[in-house]
Write a protein that binds this ligand. Structure first.
Ligand code: SF4
Ligand code: SF4
Length: 307
């Protein structure tokens, strides 16, 4: 089997978007498309500015408002920063499939770090269990595996989150311009501008975006109070969210939480533009693959086999 290309049937293993089927657009669906486009146009033409368009003073005021709101709600001093991208940095990720044991510690470290809802649960990382006999085969991948112990005999594991695509289909379909790629390669969402139309979720081939159907809930005392305005700040109901490479950490020179939590060192992170970085070494010396290479999304999330 060609291990560099993940079959298109991977779509079937996604939580949020089912396999693509030819379908007719009902009058109601058509109406909601028109409404979303109109709302996008109205917000763009008449509304307040997106975060990256605000003057410095207005941005500072918005951040202070958010800090006040969250500090009151969670009864703790919350900071909301807008730390910008560093020059000469393009972030990338690599995951060693031969090491991952499927323990899901990365999933729960991500939940804690990024203030994902506990009830209903939102997980930005999904770990897929696959059969060794079949190889990388998303048609038979199981995201709900629950053996007594991991790794389970005869299986291996492929964690999947946002692939931070260079050619990201999700950013192209947003009617309000609420999602874009930052200079350091992180694809972000402005939660104030997301109207919840979920076009980006339909466009994402990896099921990496998640919608807040209900008011997200984080118990007091469990909030990570160090937040970034485009990352882990608490989200409202009705917006889309996803992995941001832990923007609140990585722009401060720290590793993403999942890298630190992984007990077997399967997760690697770094600057693609640094020729001496570990990530560059992996890409240049190991057997590397990207998911769905054939659809030209050009992920900055690489999978590799160290052994
Ligand atoms: S994985 Fe999905 S959400 Fe992430 S950048 Fe690619 S298309 Fe967008
Ligand atoms: S923490 Fe590491 S070993 Fe455990 S599931 Fe995540 S990547 Fe795999």
């Amino acid at each position: 089997m060609d291990r560099r290309v993940i079959p298109a049937a991977a779509v079937a293993a996604r939580e949020d978007v089912g396999p693509a089927k030819p379908s007719r657009v009902s009058r109601r669906e058509f109406g909601s498309c028109v409404a979303a486009a109109a709302a996008g146009w109205l917000m763009t033409a008449c509304g307040p500015r997106r975060l990256h368009e605000l003057s410095k003073d207005r941005l500072r005021a918005r951040l202070r408002d958010l800090e006040r709101e969250y500090s009151e709600r969670y009864a703790a001093p919350v900071t909301v920063t807008d730390t910008p991208a560093m020059p000469n940095v393009l972030f990338a990720y690599a995951l060693d499939i031969s090491r991952c044991v499927g323990c899901r510690r990365c999933v729960y470290a991500c939940v804690d770090e990024n203030n994902q809802s506990r009830d209903p649960q939102v997980h930005w990382i999904r770990v897929l269990q696959m059969d060794k006999d079949r190889g990388v085969d998303f048609t038979h991948a199981d995201p709900y595996y629950a053996p007594r112990e991991v790794p389970e005999e005869g299986h291996f594991y492929v964690p999947v989150a946002c692939q931070q695509c260079r050619n990201a289909p999700c950013t192209k379909v947003c009617p309000t311009g609420a999602t874009w790629t930052e200079p350091d390669g992180i694809v972000v969402i402005d939660y104030d501008w997301c109207i919840g139309c979920r076009y980006c979720m339909a466009a994402c081939p990896y099921g990496a975006r998640h919608f807040n159907w209900s008011e997200p809930s984080i118990p007091r005392g469990q909030l990570n109070a160090k937040t970034h305005v485009l990352g882990n700040r608490p989200r409202p109901k009705g917006v889309v969210e996803k992995c941001t490479f832990c923007i609140q950490r990585t722009r401060d020179g720290r590793y993403p939480a999942c890298v630190e939590a992984c007990p077997v060192g399967a997760r690697k992170f770094g600057n693609l533009l640094d020729p001496d970085s570990e990530i560059r070494y992996i890409i240049e010396h190991k057997r590397v693959l990207v998911l769905k290479e054939d659809i030209n999304t050009v992920p900055k999330f690489f999978y590799f086999y160290a052994t």
